[in-house]
Design a protein around this ligand. Structure first.
Ligand SMILES: [Zn+2]
Length: 194
């Protein structure tokens, strides 16, 4: 069965509308014979991510696939840690480079691990659905904070608020547990319509 470990819990600190600090959550999925990392976090999280790898007993060089939910700095500052990985990024924002794989469809990248286009925060925002003992959705900034889910409000930073709300609803239709872009995983509320 697929295993999901949060390598580092991200945080987002705001003063009114100004972002003071932004560090994304970084997640490891062990799926059959491939290790997948979703988002590589900010520079400040590198030490915590390395510590988590040591504790889990996986080496960063044994990560075969990195999925970047989108290309904001606080989600992809430690890409260099993953020397042997291929980087999956939605085609709308995929950089050039031999290790980058532009994603144009919601493909399965490993058994029970599926990509889901969830635009709104950015055009190429992408989530990852992981089938384990429960269904996890790693949402990136499609759901930046648990608060966005609880209050059903789009990410404050968005290019299309309506599309962002559609993406939140889509994610919650699949998920038992949501891993937000910033903060720890949280369960879907039973009885909540979405
Ligand atoms: Zn972002």
């Amino acid at each position: 069965m697929n295993t999901l470990d949060v390598l580092a819990i991200g945080r987002l600190i705001r003063d009114g509308d100004t972002i003071i600090e932004a560090h994304s959550t970084s997640t490891l999925i062990r799926a059959g014979n491939v290790n997948v990392v979703v988002d590589t976090g900010s520079e400040e999280m590198l030490a915590a991510i390395k510590t988590s790898f040591r504790q889990i007993g996986v080496l960063p060089k044994d990560v075969g696939i990195v999925v970047l939910t989108h290309m904001h700095d606080d989600h992809c500052a430690n890409n260099d840690l993953f020397k042997k990985a291929r980087f999956y990024v939605r085609k709308e924002e995929c950089p050039d480079g031999k290790n980058f794989v532009p994603v144009s469809e919601d493909i399965e990248i490993a058994p029970g691990v599926r990509l889901l286009h969830t635009p709104g925060h950015t055009e190429g925002s992408m989530s990852v659905i992981v089938e384990s003992e429960r269904t996890y959705v790693i949402a990136g900034d499609a759901i930046p904070l648990e608060d966005n889910y609880r209050r059903m409000v789009p990410p404050r930073l968005n290019y299309d608020a309506e599309l962002a709300m559609e993406s939140i609803k889509c994610i919650t239709s699949y998920a038992d547990v949501i891993v937000p872009g910033h903060g720890p995983p949280f369960p879907k509320i039973k009885g909540k319509m979405r």
